[in-house]
Design a protein around this ligand. Structure first.
Ligand code: TXA
Ligand code: MG
Length: 325
């Protein structure tokens, strides 16, 4: 199939493709999503096919607004509602799955992950579609998420009906997936909203799901993820990080993605990430995709072990499959 590139003015065209059961990639505030009508089984099945996504990994259903979500799922509990009213971006909540959402969307679970993007374009697109959209990140399973439409195009061209050629996504890492319990919030996947932000906005205690604990992490966190086409290692953050990296890259075709040191420390093959969490998150996946070209190994400068950097530490560790230097 030929993949059309749609401009931001082509919302009606994109919506017509969705209504006909097709797949359209669209931007959100976090990363690009690969949308399908969440109520159309064969469209949802195509998402799994095209991405090579394990059938056990459930999808997030996207709604145009909180009002629309509350009308379509009136039984949503008040604790979850309260949190949704306080945090308006990069957040996904896991709730009991209503019958009208096909079990396949949730990989057979009796829960479903739902999210209202803050991105205006995403919201008007979903509204024009007239149906909630099941949408995973718009990348082949296992690869880094796409934060630019060109990455979606290169990754999925010939397999999806269309991609909107909009701006790069603002936040750059995926939404935080949570389950709201009576007295606390369980984080099932770290993301763009930090645990500290969740706590501050809601006053609730926040716990992060861990292997072996009663609260289970999202199924997607078990699978290989964010992987470059070459090997990757993370240099543990600390005083001698620059020297360790310099030692490690000697004689290797290595590219260093960095934020602390100077380009000159690692030249010539370097990609700069940015100076703070916002900038680094915004650039992170693009940096991996840029650095993998022609490299035998990517070395990523590590981040401080602070709450602010927890999502980036997790993403970097998983992209590197736990390889540390
Ligand atoms: O920012 C985002 O969340 C992006 C944009 C497009 O919205 N979407 C995204 O979707 O990252 P995906 O499919 O790449 O990741 C969804 C994550 C997976 O880890 C999945 O296991 C988890 O959400 N998830 C989905 N439904 C769940 C459920 N019912 N219970 C627990 N985790 C769930
Ligand atoms: Mg994904």
């Amino acid at each position: 199939m030929e993949t059309q590139t749609l401009s931001a003015d082509d919302i009606e065209k994109g919506a017509a493709i969705i209504k006909a059961g097709g797949l359209v990639a669209f931007p959100t505030e976090t990363v690009y999503g690969l949308g399908a009508d969440a109520t159309n089984l064969s469209a949802v099945m195509k998402i799994f096919d095209v991405k090579g996504r394990p059938a056990q990994n459930p999808l997030i259903v996207h709604f145009e607004s909180l009002d629309d979500l509350f009308v379509r799922i009136p039984e949503i509990d008040s604790h979850t509602k309260n949190v949704l009213l306080k945090i308006k971006e990069a957040l996904t909540v896991v709730i009991k799955r209503p019958k009208w959402i096909p079990a396949m969307v949730s990989a057979g679970l009796d829960t479903v992950a739902v999210r209202v993007p803050s991105c205006e374009f995403a919201r008007s697109f979903i509204k024009t579609c007239g149906t909630p959209l099941a949408a995973p990140s718009a990348n082949t399973s296992g690869r880094p998420s796409s934060t630019r439409w060109q990455q979606v195009y290169v990754d999925l061209k010939g397999k999806i009906d269309a991609v909107f050629s909009c701006e790069p996504t603002r936040i750059g890492v995926e939404s935080t997936v949570i389950k709201v319990l009576e007295d606390r919030i369980a984080v099932l996947r770290l993301g763009g909203i930090s645990t500290a932000q969740l706590n501050k906005a809601t006053g609730l205690q926040v716990v992060v799901a861990q292997a072996g604990h009663e609260i289970k992490a999202s199924p997607g966190t078990q699978f290989k993820h964010y992987a470059p086409t070459c090997r990757m290692v993370v240099a543990k953050y600390g005083q001698d990080m620059t020297q360790r990296i310099q030692e490690y890259i000697k004689g290797k075709k290595a590219t260093v993605i960095f934020w602390q040191g100077n380009a000159a420390d690692y030249s010539p093959n370097v990609v700069y990430l940015g100076k703070n969490f916002q900038e680094i998150a915004h650039n992170f996946y693009s940096a991996i995709r840029a650095a993998e070209w022609g490299s035998e190994v990517i070395v990523c400068e590590g981040f401080p072990e602070t709450a602010e950097y927890e999502t980036l530490n997790e993403r970097a560790a998983r992209a590197a499959e736990g390889n540390l230097i």
